[in-house]
Ligand binder design. Structure first.
Ligand code: ATP
Length: 237
């Protein structure tokens, strides 16, 4: 049984224009899966539909449970964390507090977040060094690490990442992907949207191509990397 199963999902924004027209995709336990596609194809909207951030029709099952129609906090509690495009770091909070805000549910239940913090600091030692610095003062790469760290604090089974490499220098892009690989190896499944399709396909096993709100291709990342049409459209020839 896949961990995440998206079946015939359609979705519209408030203006009523349908953007997704029956998306089908699946993420198995422990997998890293990439969504690629042109600007405006519907990749971000697909992640938003999974996270319950817009109204959708069809079926989205997580761990065998129907989550379509549920509220976002409930979906997060079931084990899905999203790292949005633009990172969403709180500029006026310290690194430490940016991480702590994600742990409120545990603290309310009387559980400690100390282990989660240790895990994030082990994965991103730079965040431990800068734990007292305010969010706004971090570099783009550090903010991305913080956004990923915050998503981990919520103890997800599945992480949704929207363009984690956007605006980062090439050496940092590789570092971010290496971190994602470590997180994935620790058992967290990953669904990734990336403009940097080449890098994303190098790191994931399976990929879906989204075109105009539907899945036009689904194949192994290595097969996509060899596909002439895909190379011309998304991989700079
Ligand atoms: P990009 O890489 O440009 O983010 P994408 O594949 O992630 O591309 P989406 O952001 O999902 O694409 O957008 C899909 C379509 O939905 C586009 O036509 C876009 O204009 C439209 N859209 C996105 N957000 C909204 C919104 N808040 N209200 C109305 N339409 C929207």
């Amino acid at each position: 049984m896949p961990l995440l199963e998206v079946n015939s999902v359609s979705a519209s924004y408030a203006d009523g224009v349908e953007v997704l027209h029956g998306i089908d995709l699946a993420v198995n336990q422990g997998e890293m899966v990439t969504l690629i596609g042109a600007n405006g194809a519907g990749k971000t909207t697909t992640l938003r539909a999974i996270m319950g951030l817009l109204r959708a029709q069809g079926s989205i099952k997580f761990d065998g449970v129907e989550i379509l129609g549920r509220e976002t906090p409930e979906i997060a509690k079931l084990g899905i964390s999203m790292v949005p495009e633009g990172r969403g770091v709180f500029p006026g909070l310290s690194v430490y507090d940016n991480l702590r805000v994600a742990t409120t549910p545990w603290i309310r239940r009387g559980q400690s977040a100390a282990e989660d913090l240790d895990r994030v600091f082990e994965l991103f030692p730079i965040l431990a060094e800068r734990r007292k610095q305010l969010g706004w003062s971090l570099s783009g790469g550090q903010q991305q690490m913080l956004a990923i760290g915050r998503a981990i604090m919520a103890r997800p089974k599945l992480m949704l990442l929207d363009e984690p490499s956007l605006g980062l220098a090439p050496n940092l892009v590789e570092e971010v992907f290496e971190k994602l690989r470590s997180i994935n190896e620790q058992g967290v499944s990953i669904l990734l949207v990336e403009q940097n399709a080449f890098m994303a396909l190098e790191y994931s096993r399976l990929a879906y191509v989204i075109e105009r709100g539907t899945v036009s291709k689904q194949m192994s990342s290595s097969a996509l990397l060899d596909d002439e049409g895909i190379k011309a459209a998304y991989l700079g020839g």
